[in-house]
Design a binder for this molecule. Sequence first.
Ligand code: BTN
Length: 246
Amino acid sequence: MLFLSECRSTNDSLAELVKEGNNYAPAEGTVLYTHNQTAGRGQRGNTWQASAGENLTFSVLLRPHFLLPKQQFQLSVMVALALREAVAELLPAETEVKVKWPNDILVNQKKIAGVLIENAVTKDRIGHSIIGIGLNVNQLVFSSEIEATSLSLILKANQELGQVLHLLLKKLDAYYLRLRSNNGYPELLANYYANLFNFNVERIYQDSLGYLFSGTIIGIDEYGKLQLLIEGETKSFDIKEISLVG
Ligand code: BTN
């Protein structure tokens, strides 16, 4: 485990360490953790804001050579399930903890965690993958436009960051081993569907041109795109092509 008291983005700092030409080649499973991430990055080019010392912001290095580039979504499924299970274990049993495609974690429909996965593809394989995770733990006030929540807002008590990090890493380890084991993915995908926000529910979506339409999430295709049933036809979308409206 590598600790930086402050850095711009744990994904960027870990990527720096992994860069070829460095004398030091970090092993699979290396974790880089900071108390104060000053320029956190999110999906779709968004920023990720976390108050210093209140939340978990860290990145994990994987070297999933068993995956082809077109299978990279399998990592998203694995990480989302690990995070979801860790969050669910920390909250009262009846709490609704869902995965929003591709890998946001929602508690009672509010975002508690986000994941930014950055893969380096070499020779038709995924050479390494940097799994960046932000989990809201003790932050009580959020300025972001999206509705956010944190463990302490729900539990009404501060949580020990080290303990939460330990649980997350344990879950990531277990789920990564399941993905790596022979034919582990189909079972994980079934588990992902069982926990997917809006799965099999008709909702209103917006495409990248602003066009509104009604559709139902029916699955994930082999490239990790979201499949919707729209007026009897199945269509696939990637992350920049669709957003939920209501
Ligand atoms: C999202 O929801 O858009 C993804 C957010 C990912 C945030 C984490 S915090 C640690 C790691 N470092 C970053 O710069 N981003 C990820």
